[in-house]
Design a binder for this molecule. Structure first.
Ligand code: APR
Ligand code: ZN
Ligand code: ZN
Length: 360
């Protein structure tokens, strides 16, 4: 029997989202039905609504979620009904050329549910293959990662996207280590998570850069040792001054703009690393003197989803949260109902929140 549930739908490009009743099938082989408890509002949901990702409307939005497994299909062994899970958009295949070479965090053939959820008989496109602004959703079994149920769903769900992207940009992609100096450009949810990740990894200097003083204040609460308001001073000069004239070991760009990418590039020490985790718009271009790319050595990297491996990283991060070493609660700016997602998009655009989290 399919399940009729309330959900947040984007029907057409640029139109406000609406609450609709959708049909969610029972799980088939390799699929899992999850009762959603909490789901964060992410920029990517807004990008879907604006038609910036693709034209496959209608979209079922939401993808940063935690909930309880209600039913599992045939041949599902990683989770069972009653398990508390965080959803992910990297259910690794084990078969693609990257998985075969032992690099599942780059998997090129990630799994989603095979069956479609529908609205009035029309198939829905779930955001990032998840679709969790809904009372229940259907995902591939590998998209559900079991974690300690002692964690609050509002906080745990954030590990499923933005916070993981930031933590992973520092811990996985940037390989921040003890004694490193780090600069983070952009202190929204992703940048602040990069600050937290750098601190967990043992960085001794963490410089937060933003143009919004409210965000810099938050960055300090998350563990930045220094802040730079780049609307007031040149961040490259400021970072040099804070690092004995050298620059940082790891510069993390969490905005997605050419100007801040260039600042990150010039803020790093010789042989340092630049990590791009902010998502640029498709027209953005950077121009760099090639001699600087060569002469400074080091590495320029991008970080997709924090190079995370959900089965490895999600339970570990939840354990750190439960030990009081990773303050996920601080990322939850407000909790809202399903019908407040449109208002949350506006708050996000005005820079008023790190994360609005829908609680069901
Ligand atoms: N210089 C410095 N900081 C800037 C600039 C700039 N030119 N422009 C914007 N910012 C700051 C904003 O003030 C804000 O604090 O960058 C931060 C961006 O934060 P959010 O908009 O909350 O975005 P977030 O959710 O953190 O995501 C950041 O990562 O996953 C991607 O799509 C996401 O590209 C986005 C990025
Ligand atoms: Zn793979
Ligand atoms: Zn997201």
């Amino acid at each position: 029997m399919p399940h009729s549930v309330r959900a947040v739908i984007a029907r057409a490009k640029g139109e406000p989202v609406s609450i609709e009743t959708i049909e969610v099938p029972d799980p088939g082989p390799g699929e899992v039905l999850v009762g959603i408890q909490a789901c964060g509002v992410c920029h990517t949901d807004l990008h879907y609504r604006e038609g910036a990702i693709n034209d496959e409307f209608p979209f079922l939005l939401g993808h940063e979620a935690a909930g309880i497994v209600e039913e599992v299909g045939e041949a599902v062994t990683n989770v069972a009904p009653g398990d508390f899970v965080i959803l992910n958009w990297r259910a690794v295949c084990g078969q693609c050329r990257s998985c075969q070479r032992g690099r599942p965090w780059n998997c090129f053939e990630t799994h989603n549910a095979t069956q479609k959820m529908t609205l009035d008989g029309q198939p829905l496109s779930p955001a990032l293959g998840i679709g969790a602004f809904a009372e229940k959703t259907l995902v591939a079994a590998g998209q559900a990662t079991k974690v300690d149920p002692a964690a609050r769903p509002e906080a745990a769900g954030l590990i499923g996207c933005g916070v993981m992207a930031g933590l992973g940009a520092a811990m996985n992609t940037g390989q921040v280590g003890r004694g490193d100096s780090v600069a983070v450009f952009g202190c929204g949810g992703v940048g602040n998570a990069a600050i937290v990740g750098s601190r967990l990894a043992g960085a001794h200097t963490i410089i937060a850069v933003d143009i919004d003083p409210r965000k810099l204040e938050l960055a300090r609460e998350f563990g930045a040792t220094h802040t730079v308001d780049s609307s007031q001073e040149d961040p490259v000069e400021a970072i040099r001054a804070l690092t004995g004239g050298n620059g940082v070991d790891v510069a993390i760009e969490a905005i997605g703009l050419p100007s801040t990418y260039e600042q990150a590039f010039y803020s790093r020490d010789l042989a340092g690393t630049v990590v791009l985790v902010g998502v640029p718009n498709p027209e953005a271009k950077v121009e760099l003197p090639m001699i600087e790319v060569f002469g400074r050595g080091g590495t320029l990297k991008s970080s997709w989803y924090g190079d995370c491996l959900p089965s490895r990283d999600f339970p570990m991060l939840i354990d750190l949260y439960l030990q009081g070493r990773l303050d996920l609660d601080r990322f939850v700016s407000e909790t809202i109902n399903l019908d407040e997602v449109e208002a949350a998009f506006e708050k996000m655009e005005r820079g008023e929140v790190l994360r609005s989290v829908v609680v069901l």
